[in-house]
Design a protein around this ligand. Structure first.
Ligand code: GDP
Length: 543
């Protein structure tokens, strides 16, 4: 990256950007991982490295996040929606980074998935001892759906873990991605002595000074550098040379085009806890991650340099206070410069919405900015007029496409305490389904509706909001079903035959699309084999 103060430009990977107030290049990204791999720690250290927080843990400790979440869930919470940790923005080395939080753990929901539709790049954190875990895989699959480029960070190399080669092989095998190691640990676990960056030709070594770990940096080192030889045992040094030679032979060199198309991942090793490898990861985001990308839309994709404002809503956060039914819609700006007071058309309703109180996410120490540019996120408070998937734009007839609905992983029958209120319950469920909070399934046989969610937290949200907003006490009961697939059959006679044969397992969702409810994976597989012409889909695009 080159900053030319006189010309007033910054050059990132061959692209020139003017350095004026807020027109900095953007990097909009998320971090994906399995719980406990170190996402919270890494986020905090990245924010610290980027100057967004002065002391690690200042605004982003796990305790704070937990509190924020439980605040949000508490019905008696005062007016005000905590959105601060959803979008974290910082400016570093002439680039504006927008880091979108993807809640994990028990917060896991469709918002986590959909947030990935609003980023241009993802950092995948892997625990060096555990490799690729279930949730990493799920989140990765969503990234693949959109060909989102992935930067890999193998964390916890200060602890006993698996060999770097084994980890690289696993990524290549399980994710079908080429891996390009950009750095390498010098020893691991008890033998951990530092990191070597092939990319920067730099070694970070760990000294024991007064019992504390502190790094020595050897610049322009080269693997045979005498300073490196002097600092580590010959056994460790030999190991590094051997590994580096083997890695150069076995792994392809980093190819940015393959990375940007989602076929290759650059791999960085490090320790979030000890802050090793963080600076390299941040500069990788600056150097390699793509700027805001064109977004799929009808009648044609929206280019980030188009002058009119357009964006899509990818997430909704509701205020749990029943007296204030306001919600915050999170919108990714895809083109134009969004300003306070602007009026944008909603392509779903045909109505215009005035942006009187948009929430801009600002980097620390920045004066109040009243604009958002492509790649930025704005929060739009509203009273239920906006939904996940909505397009807001100055252009009429524009609609973003490709926001996915995901097959639910938890299916529950809805139990209504007062059977007289069945009509209200159906309305409430359909409203919440439209908002994107849950799927609703109406079985073709029987009258009991089923709700489907991908995270247990969504069930809590449904019952809390049904009570607060519709005065309904509802609970959930187990169903025989474990999973659901959207069905597509081109041939009409075959569609009729399929429905007649599988009627007991079929339902319609809130948009009247046909859905197959399966008791288990085995049953799903059996029916799929029986009906090879029928497409069973775990993801459905909202258009
Ligand atoms: P999350 O669940 O993915 O957000 O993970 P956390 O950031 O909360 O980390 C989970 C645990 O791993 C915590 O106890 C961290 O202190 C620990 N941890 C995170 N990064 C490292 C690391 O680089 N080395 C070691 N030894 N522990 C780490």
């Amino acid at each position: 990256m080159l900053i030319d103060q006189q010309a007033g430009t910054v050059t990132v990977e061959g692209e020139d950007w003017p350095v004026v107030a807020d027109a900095l290049p953007r990097r909009t990204f998320a971090i994906i991982s399995h719980p406990d791999a170190g996402k919270t720690t890494l986020t905090e250290k990245l924010l610290h490295e980027g100057g967004a927080i002065r002391e690690a843990g200042e605004v982003f400790s796990k305790g704070n996040r937990r509190r924020a979440r439980s605040d949000w869930m508490a019905i008696e919470q005062q007016r005000g929606i905590s959105v601060t940790s959803s979008v974290m923005t910082f400016e570093h080395q002439g680039i504006r980074f927008n880091l979108l939080d993807t809640p994990g753990h028990e917060d896991f929901s469709e918002d986590t998935y959909r947030t990935l539709t609003a980023v241009d790049c993802a950092v995948m954190v892997i625990d060096a001892a555990k490799g690729i875990e279930a949730q990493t895989l799920k989140l990765f699959e969503v990234c693949r759906l959109r060909s989102i480029p992935i930067i890999t960070f193998i964390n916890k190399i200060d602890r006993e873990g698996r060999s770097p080669f084994e980890l690289l092989d696993e990524i290549a095998d399980k994710l079908a991605l080429d891996t390009a190691p950009m750095s390498w640990p010098i020893g691991m676990g008890g033998m951990f002595r530092g990191l070597y960056s092939f990319e920067e030709d730099r070694a970070w070594l760990i000294d024991k000074v007064g019992g504390a770990l502190c790094p020595t940096i050897i610049d322009g080192a080269g693997l045979d550098d005498e300073r490196l030889l002097a600092a580590v045992s010959s056994q460790t040094h030999d190991g590094l040379l051997e590994d580096a030679a083997l890695a150069a032979e076995a792994c392809p060199a980093f190819d940015r085009t393959a990375f940007l198309s989602g076929d290759m991942t650059p791999v960085y090793f490090g320790s979030a806890l000890r802050k090793y490898g963080i600076a390299s990861l941040l500069s990788a985001l600056a150097r390699h991650a793509p700027p805001p990308q064109p977004q799929p839309a009808l009648p044609e994709p929206v280019e980030p340099d188009a002058s009119d404002v357009a964006g899509f809503v990818f997430k909704m956060q509701a205020n749990m206070d029943p007296n204030h039914r306001d919600r915050v819609a999170f919108m990714r700006v895809c083109s134009g410069t969004l300003k306070r007071g602007m009026k944008l058309g909603n392509s779903r309703t045909g109505k215009t919405i005035g942006l009187h109180n948009p929430i801009f996410f600002l980097a620390r120490d920045r004066e109040l900015t009243e604009e958002a540019r492509p790649g930025d996120i704005v929060g739009i408070p509203n009273h239920g007029t906006l939904r996940v998937g909505d397009t807001l734009s100055e252009r009429s007839g524009l609609a973003f496409t490709g926001l996915p609905d995901f097959a639910p992983e938890i299916l529950r029958r809805v139990r209504l305490d007062d059977p007289m209120k069945i009509k209200q319950m159906r309305k409430a469920l359909l409203d919440l389904a439209e908002e994107g909070i849950a799927r609703v399934f109406r079985p073709l046989e029987g009258s009991n509706w089923v709700v489907g969610v991908v995270g247990a937290l969504q069930l809590e949200v449904i019952s809390t909001r049904s009570e607060a907003e519709y005065g309904l006490a509802i609970g959930f009961e187990a169903t025989a079903y474990e999973t659901a697939r959207w069905i597509d059959i081109a041939d009409e006679p075959m569609r009729k035959r399929f429905i007649a044969s599988q009627r007991a397992n079929l339902a319609e969702d809130g948009d009247d699309a046909l859905v197959f409810l399966a008791r288990n994976g085995w049953e799903l597989e059996r029916v799929q084999k029986e009906w090879p012409e029928v497409s069973f889909s775990a993801v459905r695009e909202r258009i």
